[in-house]
Every structure is written in structure tokens, then in C-alpha cells.
Design a protein around this ligand. Sequence first.
Ligand code: OSB
Ligand code: MG
Length: 367
Amino acid sequence: MRIVAIELHRVALPLVRRFETSFGVQTTRDVLLVRVRADVGDGWGECVAGAEPVYSSEYTDGAEHVITNYLAPALLRAGSVTAESVAQQLSFVVGHRMAKAALETAVLDAQTRASGQSFGEYFGAVRAAVDCGVSVGIAPTIDELLAEVDGYVADGYRRIKLKIKPGWDIEPVRAVRDLIGDLPLQVDANTAYTLADVDRLRLLDEFDLLLIEQPFEEEDILSHVTLAAAIATPVCLDESIHSALIAVDAIERGATSVVNIKAGRVGGYLEAVRVHDVCAELDVPVWCGGMLETGVGRAANVALAGMENFTLPGDTSASSRFYADDITEPFVLVDGRLAVPTGAGSGVEVREQLLAEWALRAPVTLR
Ligand code: OSB
Ligand code: MG
């Protein structure tokens, strides 16, 4: 295809409830949506970066800057672009995977809409619906946490994930385990611990968790190797996994026996599929992470999670987990699952009316 224009939309969506993690409290999502206008038709991509560089080095304004000044001009100049060519065409920019992923996804959406193929078909999804979990933030009190978790159990979620940090770990996990019986449970530390906490983390073994996600900092594969050898709970990397190459390295070193896959973190869905494939080859199960996506990103995540080796429930919750209304038709949980969209491309439509209503500013068009 030839890309005619690239539109950058900034939209603010209020969260239905505050979302607290070890790296801060969030009450709205300030999202960058990208529309590629091509000769074959349009496509949408969502940038998963947060508003501030407190979770990842990438953040929304930074992503917009690198897209405006480097990435979009390269694709607009390229002449011919395909979803399969984007990573190579953008490889002159170091890093900025979330920004690159947004563009690659928009190109993939345009390409597959034009050919009539769904994202699920393109990725090789083997299931029509995916088991869904929910990521639960740090709460002001244990009682408030239990009330929130109780609501998600009633909604039908098939797995609960609790955010933990030093001072909010054993007690909330024990209380939630007592509440939910044998419903699958896992925890996510978002890098809040150090090796000095190994004895504390070993206390989690008592709660029969599916896994503990990313206790140590992003660059520190070695400490995860040490922890994995010291506790029974499986260790799962999230932030550390920037590519299929790093996934193989971390698995072979014994740092991770389960992998959280987020397309934004690895530079796009094509690399996410490769992470899935190398993990499958090494007999390591994967699950689909989330970044508070709107329907645009959620649709692609659900399609990805339809692949064979996504054997654990993902953070692919319903739109209502975070938003009162979605920028696309909302994703609705049915029996603890979300249906993989079957329409061409991502299979969802951006509601232009809401896009305009929720816009933080007028869209920017790059040509
Ligand atoms: O670590 O998985 C994470 C949200 C923002 C940044 C990092 C993470 C998360 C979540 C939310 O846990 C998952 C979701 O979108 O449902
Ligand atoms: Mg995580």
C-alpha cells in the first residue's frame, strides 16, 4: 500500500475507578490513537504508552513526538508499505517500540481490512473466544479490595491478578485467597522489589498462585533467575521482555517460566506472534497482558490471545473494567470470555462521534 496521510488523535477517557500500582495512581487514560490513511483504505492503531514515563521510558507525548518527527515521515516517504515491512522501515530509530507498534498495527488494520482477513486469521488464532482475567489495583484498605474483587468474581472473570508492592502483599493476597477459594490467582509487582525481599516473596508460596509477575527491575534478568530458584511460585516476566530474542534468553537462563506478552512492549503484533512462537517451542505458556487499552487495542489483544499457546487467562478484561463507554463498540464479558472479533482487520469500528467528543485537541494530520 501507499500511505497518504497519518492522523494523530489524542483522547482522554476517565477510568470508572482509580487504578493504583507500585508506580502510581491513575484516574484517566490519555491515549494516542493513530489512523493511517492509505490507498487501500484506513487503519487504526493504539499507542499503549502511559501519560508519564513512570512505568516505561515511553510516554504519550514522547511517542507522539517520535512518530511526528521520525516514524511517520519514514512511512510517508517509503512509497510501498506493508505490515510486514514496517518494522524494517522504522528500524533506524532505536527503541520506541510502543510508538512503532501503534503505526504497525494501523498498517496491519488497513491491510487486512482491504484483504477481508481478520486479525485472528492473520495471527493464526485457534479459538473463537478467550478466557479473561482482571488486573486489580492496590486499594486503600483490604475491605475495599475485597469488595472490588467480589464484583469481578460476580462478573465472571476466570482469574484475578493483584497488584502488590512492599507493604501490600502477603495480607491482601491471603484475604483475597480466602474470599475466592480456588479461583486462579496471580500477583504483579511491577518491579517494586529487590533481591533483599526474597524471603518475603517466598511467603507467597502458601497461596498457590499461578505466578508472580516482574518483581525486579526491567534490566535485571539475573535476580529473577535467583528468585525462580528460591521459590515454588512460577516467575513471569513482563517489563523485561522487549523482543523474542530477550524472551529466549530469559527462558534459557531460568528467569521466567511463563511470559506476559504485550504487543506494544515488543514493537508490534508481528513480534508478539514471534514471542508466542518461541515460547511455544520452549514449552513456556504465555498470556496476553493489557495496558488499559480502548477497544482499538483491546480488539487486537483478544485476537492475539486466540493463539494456541495463550493457555492462561489474559488481562483481556471487558471494556467496562476501565471505561463507562468505549471508543469502539464495547467488549462484553460472556461466561468469563471475550469473543475474538471476526470482521476484517481488527473487526471493530472507531465511533467518530465519541472520538470528537473525547478529543483533548484537534487531530494532527501528517502528509
Ligand atoms: O504490569 O500489567 C501491567 C497496566 C498498566 C501498565 C502495566 C500493567 C498494567 C495492568 C493492567 O496490569 C492490565 C489491563 O489493561 O487490564
Ligand atoms: Mg505486569
